[in-house]
Design a protein around this ligand. Structure first.
Ligand SMILES: Nc1ncnc2c1ncn2[C@@H]1O[C@H](COP(=O)(O)OP(=O)(O)OP(=O)(O)O)[C@@H](O)[C@H]1O
Length: 505
């Protein structure tokens, strides 16, 4: 039986999860604090960790960093409230396998656990070889398929697990890809977390002469300072304590093909020096090695922040920046591409149906509307996760607002009723360009609801206002909000659900 370590200071959640997972044949260990979890890990070897993001003694970032430093291959699933979505997305970058949002849903938990336990170790490591497509579309090369929504998007290109529509943004991206793909230029891809940088890098590779050679992606953000050299360049047996065997680094693995260095600005200064040599001389040495190895590798790099800003801050070497800066591609955040949101949403729905053997046909018009107006903090990754969860929760043919996280289905309301918490959370995402959707930028009229015309509705509305105030006060921590309102957490969830259902009547 595989053991899962649950880390949560909410003992009720631990208990519920333990009962549930035990019924599904997992062995469960619990830790109510980060410190206890680390103590447990010193003595035991669980197959998986499920960790709440907000622990009283340690935040999720710190704990995850400690776990990844010591138990590199151990998959970690982060559990978080939806209002923590930005942080959750960042945590993914630090090597979490996935995140799930509270309230937790049984099917979602099981699917995510299964995926994490079945994923080959390399998918959990910073180095990722090209992944198999999760959908039944051509894996190699590209294919143009007829779209179901023909008037809106007549030219949808599906390439492997990716889709490219015919909006202005897609057209520009594809033009740039086509321009640079046949060359050997190093490409810098800028874009927020989850905006599709790796997808673009893979597409450049697929459309290049190197397409039949390896594509190796490495997440520099997840590399520890100590291991980065050996991950990138490999090492000789005995070159340092723990180097029991010779190891081939990602550059050598990518020889002849393309290497994708994600989050490049996170590499230490020393590694940047070694990288400069590789870029200048096209050769490298393994750590502890004496022999030069010739390299023919195309380099594509990605960064969340503008690389030039990293240079100005002294985090990234200027000479390396100039070496890399041969061609750059900017991916706009999803909130600046409202036309593309539904295209991606429908694609992810189709993908999820295949993956989970479901047959949910479409999004309801209300959901489409919500999606168009929502500010997608975690970009495509967030949209994909929301669709996955909503598909799991949907038994009928259409995804309804009730299958969405509360924070998304009530997004307009939350924007209108601005409190200090929401303001801080949202403003850090708001783009400075005027292209952002109105819902996020302006105060809108609140949506008139059914509840305004009936007595039952009026009391639900009053309750809802109180719940909302409490939630904001505690930054959407549901357990704390329930305490503040003097009800239990389950009642709080039920009331939130009741409100959503009532307004969808
Ligand atoms: N064109 C696309 N079509 C379909 N899915 C896509 C596309 N682009 C990205 N995705 C999906 O969106 C998610 C995020 O994409 P990706 O990993 O490429 O983003 P990223 O910007 O590299 O993220 P990070 O900054 O976290 O490394 C992935 O699950 C990916 O499969």
């Amino acid at each position: 039986m595989q053991t899962i370590l649950i880390i949560d200071d909410d003992r009720d959640i631990c208990l519920l999860l333990k009962r549930f997972l035990t019924r599904h044949n997992y062995d469960v260990a619990e830790a109510y604090s980060g410190k206890k979890a680390l103590e447990y890990l010193e003595e035991n070897e669980p197959a998986l960790v499920m960790c709440d993001f907000r622990l009283e003694d340690m935040d999720g970032n710190t704990l995850l960093a400690k776990i990844k430093e010591r138990y590199y291959h151990l998959p970690v699933i982060i559990m978080t409230g939806y209002s923590d979505i930005k942080i959750a997305v960042e945590v993914m970058k630090m090597g979490a396998f996935d995140y799930i949002t509270k309230p937790l849903f049984p099917d979602e938990i099981l699917v995510t656990i299964k995926k994490a336990l079945e994923a080959p170790a390399q998918e959990r490591e910073p180095v990722r070889q090209e992944r198999p497509a999760g959908i039944n579309v051509p894996k190699q090369g590209t294919a143009t398929v007829a779209s179901e929504t023909k008037e809106k998007a007549p030219n949808i290109t599906v390439s492997g697990e990716y889709i490219f529509g015919d909006s202005t943004v897609f057209k520009q991206l594809l033009q740039q890809i086509d321009l640079v793909a046949p060359t050997n230029y190093t490409v810098i891809i800028h874009g927020e977390s989850g905006s599709g940088k790796e997808a673009i890098a893979q597409e450049i590779h697929k459309r290049s002469k190197r397409k039949n050679k390896p594509f190796v992606a490495i997440d520099c953000g997840a590399l520890s300072k100590e291991l980065a050299g050996s991950e990138l360049f490999g090492h000789e047996k005995g070159s340092f304590t723990g180097a029991l065997n010779q190891k081939t680094g990602s550059f050598e693995m990518a020889n002849g093909g393309t290497i994708f260095l994600d989050e490049i600005a996170n590499l230490s200064y020393d590694i940047q020096v070694s990288l400069l040599r590789v870029v200048q001389e096209r050769k490298m040495r393994r750590v502890g090695g004496l022999k030069d190895i010739e390299l023919d590798v195309r380099i594509i790099i990605a960064s969340n922040e503008r690389l030039w800003d990293a240079v100005r801050k002294g985090k990234f070497r200027e000479d390396l920046y100039h070496r890399f800066n041969e061609f750059s591609i900017d991916i706009p955040p999803l909130r600046q591409r409202p036309d593309d949101v539904l295209l991606f949403a429908n694609f992810f729905l189709q993908q999820t149906n295949q993956e989970l053997g479901k047959n949910v046909k479409r999004l309801s018009p209300e959901v489409e509307n919500i999606f168009r107006n929502y500010v997608w903090y975690g970009n495509l990754r967030e949209l994909k996760n929301v669709i996955k969860r909503a598909t799991l929760l949907t038994d009928g043919e259409e995804i309804e607002p009730t299958a969405l996280p509360f924070e998304i289905s009530n997004f307009n309301k939350l924007q209108f009723d601005k409190g200090p918490q929401i303001e801080t959370v949202t403003s850090s995402y708001l783009p400075s360009t005027p292209a952002a959707p109105a819902a996020a930028m302006e105060e809108e009229e609140p949506q008139r609801s059914l509840s305004e015309t009936t007595l039952k509705g009026a009391s639900i509305d009053a309750e809802y206002e109180m719940i909302l105030k409490a939630l904001k006060k505690v930054n959407f921590n549901k357990s704390k909000a329930a305490k503040l309102l003097n009800i239990d957490r389950k009642t709080l969830y039920n009331k939130m659900k009741q409100y959503q259902e009532f307004n969808n009547q």
